[in-house]
Design a protein around this ligand. Sequence first.
Ligand SMILES: C[S@@+](CC[C@H](N)C(=O)[O-])C[C@H]1O[C@@H](n2cnc3c(N)ncnc32)[C@H](O)[C@@H]1O
Length: 187
Amino acid sequence: MHFKESMTFLGRFAKSPRRIGSVAPSSKFLTKAMLDRVDWENAKYIAELGAGTGVFTREIVKRARPDARILVFEIDPALQKLIREEHPHHEGLSLHSDAQELHRYMNDNGIKQLDFVISSLPFTVLPPRMTVKILDAVVKSLKPEGHFVAYQYSSIMKRVLKKKFAHMKTRFVMFNIPPAFVYDCWR
Ligand SMILES: C[S@@+](CC[C@H](N)C(=O)[O-])C[C@H]1O[C@@H](n2cnc3c(N)ncnc32)[C@H](O)[C@@H]1O
């Protein structure tokens, strides 16, 4: 990961700590733990929520099927710019702002249901109403067999996620700042 990328992220954190939710982009260990949960062969419609500097986006683009459609959500304009600059010509990738608008962008892109939603959103520090709205949108947008893969820095969200999904696999990733829990949830 580039120094410039880390400094941009830290700068955005200093401006809006609750929205960014972390001081550094995810490590390669967390990236792997998150993205290894995805069945890449069968994932055609994917959404990434809270892309930040694009550490997951970069890897999603590498791993995804050539015909996959990837909806990337990042609310911070400076971070959006980084992602746009890194993927200027990727046909299957579209960049959007607020994850609360997940359905609108699915409709705009002619996507009915998603196979996987990969989230880095800092749910525990976002406004509670926003968290509820996004989680409801995620549940509604997934195929019955679809997965929601999310990381969090605490286990606070575990109870909430268990109410929304029948199945859950959890993994703890030590080598990240800070260490994180990966939740793979499905119905
Ligand atoms: C903890 S950072 C994760 C960044 C990156 N995915 C990573 O793992 O390094 C969370 C990101 O979510 C973004 N974010 C927060 N609220 C959002 C929302 N409602 N819609 C889209 N992105 C949001 C923040 O701007 C921030 O970049």
